[in-house]
Every structure is written in structure tokens, then in C-alpha cells.
Design a protein around this ligand. Structure first.
Ligand code: PLP
Length: 450
């Protein structure tokens, strides 16, 4: 039956568990996988996918899971969303690749025009396309270095920027991202993040004190005239959906402007309608010099972008930027389908409404337990940080137990956080309220069973 299943919004929207999890067909695939794939590739769910769409993922045994992860914030408009399928299919039949560096094409230009118009700020902008988030971040650093003639890159605690040599260096967390993979890239410096829940002297002091430590690092330790760029996620993704203390990011951006440092917002996870705005930078009125996007941009096809000030982007010499697959035409067509889905479906507003449902559900769960430390995030990017009762000590075991409970009962969720003690919720914006509420019923039962 699974061979003929078609994904997209017409897929039956229901949670349905027919076998033990994982079922026999998934277990067969796991066996083949273990013989064919290296151990370093891990998956959080033990099931194998047959089809997905709307708010569900159906596995090869016919089990139907409610999707609260969107393949890590990628299928924001839903799996196999109609406009994505139509435009990408049309493009597939026309041409699949010519290499933009060799023979260019219109869909690339159209995606660039759309991103230039949608990103914050009405200054003159340019966009360059890539295939992955890490590639976008690496190239944003290249632009900043070419423009400033400086070397240093400043990042923050709890940051995630990718898995390539430069971006894993920029990523904060040792396990699993860096351990044993050094030596790392030079000239990367790390400042404390304004993480209100864990700020030693309390959340009310967080923004000012974190900003003081940041300026100290840049001015006194590195030297501001050595710093090419400061790069920050406006809401930290893998770090556990940390929303920086209000006022911190605008102060950092202003500081950078005064010193000629390129301020880069890494919106690979938070961008493209995820947080109830096109870009999370908008929530605090930030106008970054450069913005990186990826995940939600291609509707599931690999596409990434750097968008920003024309004078910075034009600083790199001709031929210095690019890639064989960068801005692939099928992925560009898919991205145009993503924009269409968001605009025609009112998905920016939908992300806000989904966030309200999730927050309401989590607050009512929090009232029944003493392990909820904090609920935070924006729009359809909400997380809950779990602690040992009566302390602020991370409760990693509860997160692992809850994730397993959800998977076993037909709900796909993701974990996060430097201490592994955060459950994060990133549903596709195509999910119904009904499915969302049902999924949180499963989460609630998981808390009750702890
Ligand atoms: C996922 C992510 C990246 C890396 O993207 P890849 O496509 O996995 O290379 C970079 N930055 C942020 C904020 C991310 O969430």
C-alpha cells in the first residue's frame, strides 16, 4: 500500500498507529541501513517515511504521525505543498541544471528579487544563493571579510551555525558537533548569549550585562578594528529556542554599525514565516547588514541564501562566490512556490495562531508538573525547557523519555538545547488546529506518565 501513497495535503490527516513502533518494514530498513551507512549518521525517529503532507508523516508500515518538527523547520509550508510541487515539477521537465556560473536562468533572479524585497530594511540589497545553511553562513563570512578587510568573527554561546569546518567552529556545542573533529578554524571568538532564564544575576539584568561582556570582548580583547562580523541567530535554534533578552540584539547591531562591523542575522532556522513574521529579526525591529536563510526557503529542496547590503555583497570579486549546485533551478522554482504558499495561505498569521495554541497547551501542562523551567519562543517556534524539580538543573532524562513517548504514540517531536533538556515544537504551518491539539494531548499524557 505504501508504494502508491501520495503525499501533500490530500494525505489523510489523522494519527494512526497500526504496528509497534518501529514496525516490521522500518526494522528491515534499519537493518539495511546499519549495514550500508556509517554510525555517525543518527536519526531521532526509528521509523522510515513513505509519504508526508499537511500535518502528518506516514511510515512504511502505514503508521501516521502528527508532525511537530517539519524536518527541522524545513517544510514550513507543508510537505509536498501544492505550489511547490507544481512549480518544481514544471521546472524539472524544462531543465534540471545548467550551473548558474555557466549558463544562468530566470528563477534564480526571481528568488533574489523576492528575498531582497521581503527582508528587513529598504536599502539597496543583493542576494546570492547556495544549497545549505552552512554554505550560506560561510559565504556571509566571506562577504564580511572581503568588505571589511578584517579577519575576526564573533559568535555566541549556544550558537549553531552548521557542520563544515568554519561553521562547526562557530557552533558552540562540543557533542555531537565538534568532538574529535578539530583543529578548528582560526579567528572565531565567542561572547556570552543574553539567555534570560539562565542569566546568573537574573533575567532583569541579562540584556545590559550580556551587552557589557560583548563590548568588552570586542573592544578590549579582539579590537573592534579587527572584527569583520558578528553573527547571531535572532532566536537560537539548536541552542533551545533561546530568545535573547529584549534590547540585547538592537544594542549589538548599533554597536556594530558604529564600528564598521558587519552584523549578520543567521535566520536559517527562524526565517521564512516560521516565527509569525517573515524574519525573526523583525520582532525587535532589527535591520541586519546580511541575513542568511535556508531551511524553510526551498520547501524541502536544498536552497540557501545570503541577502544584504549591496555595498557589502558587491565587495567580493567576480568568480569568488558560487558553487556547482548553488541556486539550482528546481530548488529556485520550489522557493517561488514557498513564497506563493505563504502569501496565498496567510501563513505568517497562521504561524502566530499556531504559536498561541502551543503556548496555551504548554502552560496548561506546566500547571500540572514541577519540571517545566521555561516556555519560550515565537510563532510556530516554541520550546519548553525542563528542569529537576525545585532547581534550575537541566532535566535531560525527562526530555528523552517524553520524546520516546511521543514517537511511540504517533507524534514526531525534536529535542534541543546545549544541555539536551529542551523539547522544541516546529509544526508545519499546514497543520490543522485539530491535529495540533491532539498532538499536545499525547505530550500531556507523556508528562503525566513521568
Ligand atoms: C540548520 C542551521 C544551520 C545549518 O544549516 P545546514 O543546511 O544544516 O547546513 C545554520 N544555522 C542555523 C541557525 C541552523 O538552524
Amino acid at each position: 500500500m505504501t508504494a502508491t501513497l501520495t503525499g501533500g495535503p490530500d494525505l489523510r490527516q489523522a494519527r494512526r498507529i497500526l504496528t509497534e513502533i518501529p514496525g516490521p518494514r522500518s526494522r528491515d530498513l534499519a537493518e539495511r541501513r546499519n549495514a550500508a551507512l556509517p554510525a555517525g549518521l543518527a536519526s531521532s525517529a526509528g521509523i522510515y517515511v513513505a509519504a508526508a503532507g499537511g500535518g502528518v508523516v506516514v511510515d512504511v508500515d502505514g503508521n501516521s504521525f502528527i508532525d511537530l518538527g517539519s524536518g527541522i523547520a524545513v517544510t514550513t509550508v507543508g510537505n509536498s505543498a501544492p505550489a511547490v510541487v507544481t512549480r518544481a515539477s514544471h521546472q524539472l521537465a524544462q531543465y534540471t541544471h545548467t550551473c548558474f556560473l555557466a549558463a544562468p536562468y530566470e528563477p534564480y533572479i526571481e528568488v533574489a528579487e523576492r528575498l531582497n524585497a521581503l527582508t528587513p530594511g529598504d536599502h539597496e540589497k543583493r542576494t546570492a544563493l547556495f544549497s545549505t545553511g552552512a554554505e550560506a553562513v560561510e559565504n556571509a563570512v566571506k562577504y564580511a571579510r572581503a568588505h571589511t578587510g578584517r579577519d575576526a568573527v564573533v559568535v555566541f554561546d549556544h550558537a549553531f551555525h552548521g557542520r563544515s569546518l568554519l561553521t562547526m567552529t562557530m557552533t558552540a556545542k562540543n557533542q555531537p558537533y565538534k568532538h574529535g573533529f578539530g583543529p578548528f578554524a582560526p579567528e572565531v571568538y565567542r561572547a556570552p548569549m543574553a539567555y534570560p532564564y539562565r542569566w546568573p544575576s537574573g533575567p532583569e539584568n541579562c540584556a545590559a550585562e550580556a551587552f557589557g561582556m560583548f563590548t568588552q570582548l570586542v573592544d578590549a580583547q579582539i579590537g573592534a578594528d579587527q572584527v569583520a562580523c558578528v553573527i547571531v541567530e535572532p532566536i537560537q535554534g539548536e541552542g533551545g529556542f533561546i530568545v535573547p533578552a529584549e534590547g540585547f540584539l538592537p544594542a549589538v547591531a548599533e554597536f556594530c554599525r558604529e564600528r564598521g562591523i558587519v552584523f549578520i542575522a543567521d535566520e536559517v532556522q527562524s526565517g521564512i514565516a516560521r516565527t509569525g513574521a517573515w524574519f525573526a529579526s523583525e520582532h525587535e525591529g532589527l535591520v541586519p547588514d546580511l541575513i542568511t536563510t535556508a531551511k524553510g526557503l526551498g520547501g524541502g529542496l536544498p536552497l540557501a541564501a545570503v541577502t544584504g547590503r549591496a555595498d557589502i555583497m558587491d565587495a567580493a570579486h567576480a568568480g569568488g562566490i558560487g558553487g556547482t549546485y548553488a541556486g539550482n533551478p528546481v530548488a529556485c522554482a520550489a522557493a517561488l512556490g514557498v513564497f506563493e504558499e505563504i502569501e496565498n495561505g496567510g501563513l505568517v498569521e497562521r504561524a502566530r495562531a499556531i504559536g498561541e495554541v502551543i503556548e496555551r497547551e504548554l502552560r496548561s501542562i506546566a500547571a500540572t508538573t514541577d519540571i517545566v523551567g521555561e516556555i519560550r519562543g515565537r510563532g510556530a517556534m516554541i520550546a519548553v525547557e525542563l528542569i529537576e524539580p525545585g532547581t534550575r538543573d537541566p532535566n535531560r532524562e525527562a526530555v528523552a523519555t517524553l520524546a520516546k513517548h511521543c514517537h511511540d504514540n504517533g507524534v514526531l517531536i525534536l529535542t534541543a538545547g546545549t544541555f539536551g533538556n529542551v523539547l522544541r515544537f516546529l509544526p508545519p504551518l499546514s497543520i490543522s488546529d485539530e491535529l495540533l491539539t491532539e498532538a499536545f494531548g499525547v505530550v500531556r499524557d507523556g508528562f503525566a506518565a513521568l
